[in-house]
Design a protein around this ligand. Structure first.
Ligand code: PXG
Length: 442
């Protein structure tokens, strides 16, 4: 089957985060997937270098997940979660809490990472208010951060083009500086050495506004969307120290880092730090059914449970919060992760992955390579005066060659399904290397 426009109406669908008109002139369509491969609509095999979109951590077409969703939809297609329950949501909450570090648990279910972030920000503000600190409303994100597309997540997010079209956004938001420092850290393997001191800017914001006005700091432990910025050694520890000392909640947005991406179940486990809340989505259901979650430490949960018994503790939730299908998918995904040892597999593959990534050093226009766990970014120098052109051309060329990758600006981002084999890692990087050669002379 060909991907011509004649047999498929491409014009009506308004695609997200896509140059619609350019895409529709030369569409890239996939029609099936299995393991670490997609199949394009015209029948070509593509190695999935980015787990769909950082979410298919267990690989595609996992029978256990497919069957669990099928059974669930046949038995109980939908049930609300306001004032009524169904067993799968309670079972999932218990199972998820068991894999979360420390006393993080009591998951509040939502439908996406964006909703998880907005929910976490609302919980943070409401938590302080319940404790008599209603003045703590200020939220602090970080430059280059991505926290989804809700108004809260957009406000604490730090990627200019995702913010500027949308007006003033939330008031009372500040941003820490990002941690990208190519002069000192280019081609670092794993965590870069330099930059922990950038966390100290939080002290300046505290001096400026007063700790008593600040509700929470939210960061991606490893910034994914912006092109894999790995935290400098000591940076996250410093953020934890400062937030704890000033009564500020620390939220780790683990939408990408959760469920084994770094070689540990969560970034909090990996860096051995306990944030006050984590946001989850993507890998929670292996990308199959939309679902997100916010997990909180006991003290936060207990604070909400302390009021009058008949009162709704959090006036928040969605029609599909804890939907049966999503719960079934997540329970099956967690079981696959556990049974196949996927939550730590990235650590086993880490050396091979890291060498394969850094072997690209010296290819044309490669100005930085960053990696941690099963993620990597290969940053290419922009074509002079034409930022993003080299990146987007690479994406198109790679797709044609048989590699499914992500590109942000002129940076190639890679994060394959965790069951990938060393030979498949080599296959992926060989295609990326060829692609980089092909975009040398733009
Ligand atoms: N937080 C983080 C850290 C994310 O990476 C979200 C929140 C929002 O999740 P939802 O489910 O609402 O999309 C994300 C999403 C990319 C890319 O190209 C990354 C995301 C989404 C789309 C593209 O890197 N991350």
């Amino acid at each position: 089957m060909s991907t011509t426009k004649s047999d498929l109406d491409l014009q009506t669908y308004w695609m997200p985060f896509t140059a619609n008109r350019q895409f529709k002139g030369a569409p890239r369509l996939v029609k099936s997937a299995e393991g670490v491969y997609y199949r394009s609509r015209d029948g070509r095999r593509l190695i999935d270098g980015i787990s769909g979109m950082w979410c298919v951590n267990a690989g595609h077409g996992r029978t256990e997940i497919v069957e669990a969703v099928q059974r669930q939809v046949a038995e109980l297609d939908y049930a609300p979660s306001f004032q009524v329950g169904h067993p799968a949501a309670f079972e999932l909450a218990t199972e998820l809490s068991a894999v979360l570090p420390g006393d993080l648990g009591h998951p509040f279910f939502v439908n996406s990472g964006s909703e998880a972030v907005d929910t976490a920000l609302k919980i943070a503000i409401a938590y302080h208010r319940r404790r008599g600190e209603a003045g703590r409303t200020r939220l602090i994100g970080r430059e280059r951060g991505y926290h989804g597309v809700g108004f809260g997540g957009t406000s604490v997010g730090g990627i200019g083009p995702n913010r500027t079209p949308y007006g003033p956004l939330l008031p009372g938001v500040d941003h820490l500086p990002h941690t990208h420092d190519p002069e000192r850290n280019a081609f670092s393997r794993g965590q870069p050495k330099h930059g922990a001191e950038r966390a100290n800017v939080l002290l300046d914001l505290i001096a400026l506004h007063g700790a008593e006005t600040i509700a929470a700091v939210i960061v991606e432990p490893v910034a994914g969307s912006t092109g894999v910025l790995v935290p400098p050694i000591g940076y996250l520890e410093r953020l934890r120290e400062i937030t704890a000392a000033h009564g500020i909640l620390l939220i780790f947005d683990e939408v990408i880092t959760g469920f084994g991406r770094l070689g540990s179940p969560f970034a909090a486990t990996h860096f051995d730090l306990l944030p006050d809340m984590v946001t989850l989505a993507k890998g929670l259901t292996n990308g199959t059914v939309p679902m997100g979650a916010v997990a909180v430490r006991d003290e936060i949960f207990d604070t909400f449970m302390a009021g009058p018994e008949g009162a709704i503790e959090l006036t928040h939730g969605y029609t599909c919060s804890g939907c049966p299908l999503a719960c079934a998918a997540a329970r099956a995904a967690l079981e696959v992760y556990r049974r196949d040892g996927l939550l730590t597999r990235a650590a086993e593959l880490g050396e091979h992955w890291q060498s394969a990534a850094h072997d690209l050093r010296g290819r044309p226009h490669v100005i930085d390579i960053r990696n941690i766990g099963l993620t990597a970014a290969i940053e290419l120098a922009p074509v002079p005066g034409k930022p993003t052109v080299r990146g987007m051309t690479a994406l198109r060329r790679a797709f044609r060659k048989g590699a499914f990758i992500r590109v942000t600006g002129d940076t190639i981002a890679l994060a394959p399904p965790l069951p990938i084999t060393p030979a498949q890692i080599d296959e992926l990087f060989a295609l990326v290397a060829e692609t980089i050669e092909e975009v040398a002379d733009l």
